[in-house]
Structure formats: structure tokens, C-alpha cells
Design a protein around this ligand. Structure first.
Ligand SMILES: Cc1cc2nc3c(=O)[nH]c(=O)nc-3n(C[C@H](O)[C@H](O)[C@H](O)COP(=O)(O)O)c2cc1C
Length: 150
């Protein structure tokens, strides 16, 4: 079984993801290939990234200065595949999602490289979101440098 992490990339009250995420998570849970874990950034009040090389320590076993950042890195490392549900804010992802990605940057090469990732837009009105979910967006390219299409 693959551990699919579904990451909800908006924390705004009334966010469109509240309509989309339960449906997508439900479909994924019905799939026999996956165990599904929904990582709602509302439950992960990560500090704005402020690590230094000293606080990160060994990039193979990063320490980080804040326990929640350490837990976030561990949780992401436990995933086998990732699905981002995100709106588009100013032709990119919301700052809260960018910060969550920044917060695992030292672990990214070992934790997520070559693991499949995808993204779906959750937006109201429909039609928003292509820049946030594009596989060519910088964050997506950095997250998953997959050998196979992802
Ligand atoms: C700060 C902000 C910036 C936005 N920028 C864009 C944008 O660049 N392109 C777009 O298509 N929609 C944009 N939108 C529309 C949102 O993608 C859409 O309203 C979405 O539902 C908001 O996400 P949320 O419901 O999770 O907060 C923006 C909305 C906000 C609040």
C-alpha cells in the first residue's frame, strides 16, 4: 500500500478546498493501492521559515529549531505519494503552502525525490488555479524531480 499524503494548501475560512478535499480523499480511500492521510495546513501552524544551516544541522538528518517543523518533516518523509489541493494566489500557491514546502526544503532531496506528486486546483469561481497546479511551477518541479511523468 502506498501512503498518499493529501496536502490542503489553503487555510482561509470558507476555502474552496472544503468542498473538494472530502470528495477527493473519499475517492482515494476507496482505491486499494492507497492508505490516505489528509494533511490540512490548518492543523500545522508552521512558523515562517527561519532556519539557518546551524539549526538544520546534517541535511541527511535535519534537526530544525522547532518541534512542529521536525514533525512536519517526519510526516512528509512518511509519504510515498503526494496530492496538493490548492487554490491559485497571485499566479502561485498561497503563502501558507509555500511556507510548508520551504519548511521541508532540506529533506526534499531524500524524502520526496522520485516520489510521484500531483496537484489539483480548488477555487471559487471555477477556472482559477492553473498556475498553482502546473507541473512546471517552480515549487512542483523542486518537490518532485521524478524520472517518470508525475
Ligand atoms: C489573495 C488572492 C489571490 C488570488 N490570485 C489569483 C490568481 O492569481 N489567479 C486566479 O486564477 N485566481 C486567483 N485568486 C482566486 C482564488 O484562486 C479563488 O478565489 C480561490 O477559491 C481562493 O482559494 P481559497 O478558497 O482556498 O481561499 C486569488 C484569490 C485570493 C484571495
Amino acid at each position: 500500500m502506498l501512503n498518499l499524503n493529501i496536502i490542503i494548501g489553503s487555510t482561509r475560512p470558507g476555502r474552496a478546498a472544503d468542498h473538494v478535499a472530502p470528495w477527493i480523499a473519499g475517492l482515494a480511500k476507496e482505491h486499494p493501492a492507497f492508505t490516505v492521510e489528509v494533511l490540512d495546513l490548518r492543523d500545522w501552524p508552521l512558523p515562517f521559515f527561519a532556519e539557518t544551516y546551524q539549526t538544520i544541522g546534517d541535511p541527511q538528518h535535519p534537526a530544525y529549531s522547532d518541534p512542529i517543523v521536525r514533525r512536519w518533516n517526519q510526516r512528509i518523509a512518511e509519504g510515498d505519494a503526494y496530492l496538493f489541493i490548492t487554490p491559485e494566489y497571485n499566479h502561485s500557491v498561497p503563502g501558507v503552502l509555500k511556507n510548508a514546502i520551504d519548511s521541508v526544503f532540506a529533506s526534499l532531496p531524500s524524502a520526496t525525490s522520485r516520489r510521484p506528486s500531483s496537484a489539483t486546483a480548488a477555487a471559487s469561481p471555477p477556472g482559477s488555479g492553473p498556475s498553482s497546479t502546473s507541473p512546471t511551477s517552480p515549487s512542483r518541479r523542486r518537490w518532485s524531480r521524478c524520472a517518470a511523468p508525475c
